[in-house]
Design a protein around this ligand. Structure first.
Ligand SMILES: Nc1nc2c(ncn2[C@@H]2O[C@H](COP(=O)(O)OP(=O)(O)O)[C@@H](O)[C@H]2O)c(=O)[nH]1
Ligand SMILES: [Mg+2]
Length: 254
């Protein structure tokens, strides 16, 4: 089984991409299990095969402990950790080729508390896995937005220890030229540097410069794949990149 964890900031398009990717894979005669890992979601745009909400009741956690939305998410994830082996058993029982895991909205709570990475490693077991990190077009359209989203993505990949693919979500809200520019920032760091130089000043410019130097020394120039979950475009390219990683060509941390 091939595990794909879909991560990104709240509202970046994780759930819709999960749904569209499932449709695409099924349309290509592949079998897919969909896992909802967001305890607080009302109605995700897909029918999940495994759902964290069957193991923990977010609303009940909120009421009985008197918690707000973030506190309740943290508590729910902590509680669900004890059921993660049952969830993995459920996944294995589906006997599908691909497993898509839609991760919780408040990514900082999921990625930086211990429960998130623990759930990721327990769910995938010894199976091949990767993460798709969504950069929201609304944010990545400016050079500083792109840079800060990219840094967050690096930070997430350190937490999960999985090979990661960067996906530009909602490219359909941008012009073709804007999408091209963002893709170029990913492959040629100097282009991002040029855009940053012309769009920022003062301390922010100094920060950006130092960060660029760090990125250059890390040699993290990464492909960024534009995928519109709404219009179902770019999924074929994304699938090709996923296959490349699953085939073992790009296992950064293993
Ligand atoms: N235009 C456009 N909107 C999208 C796309 N993907 C998601 N959205 C919208 O962005 C909002 C958040 O999407 P959702 O999948 O719930 O994000 P999540 O919080 O990361 O799971 C919803 O209103 C979606 O309809 C896309 O490819 N194009
Ligand atoms: Mg969601």
């Amino acid at each position: 089984m091939y595990f794909t964890f879909i991560v990104g900031t709240a509202g970046s398009g994780k759930s819709l991409l999960t749904s569209s990717l499932e449709k695409w894979l099924v349309g290509s005669d592949l079998s897919v299990a969909v896992v909802n890992l967001d305890p607080g979601v009302d109605s995700p745009p897909y029918t999940s095969d495994i759902d964290i909400r069957e193991y923990v009741d977010y609303g009940e956690v909120m009421r009985s402990f008197g918690l707000g939305p973030n506190g309740a998410l943290v508590a729910s994830l902590d509680m669900a950790v004890s059921s993660v082996n049952d969830m993995r058993d459920e996944i294995i029982d589906t006997d599908r080729d691909y497993v898509l895991v839609d991760c919780p909205g408040q990514m900082e709570l999921f990625a930086y508390r211990n429960s998130g990475p623990l759930m990721v490693s327990s769910l995938r077991g010894d199976d091949p896995a990767l993460s798709l990190y969504l950069l929201d077009s609304n944010i990545a359209r400016t050079p500083t937005g792109y840079l800060s989203s990219t840094l967050l993505g690096i930070s997430i990949s350190i937490r999960f220890g999985l090979p990661q693919l960067n996906v530009l979500s909602k490219p359909d809200i941008l012009t073709e030229k804007e999408v091209e520019e963002i893709v170029d920032w990913g492959s040629e760091l100097y282009l991002l540097e040029e855009s940053l130089e012309s769009s920022s000043e003062g301390l922010r410019r100094e920060y950006s410069r130092s960060i660029m130097e760090m990125l250059e020394s890390l040699d993290t120039a990464t492909a960024i794949v534009p995928v519109s979950a709404k219009e179902m475009t770019g999924i074929d390219v994304l699938y090709g990149e996923m296959q490349r990683i699953f085939a073992g060509g790009d296992n950064l941390y293993e």
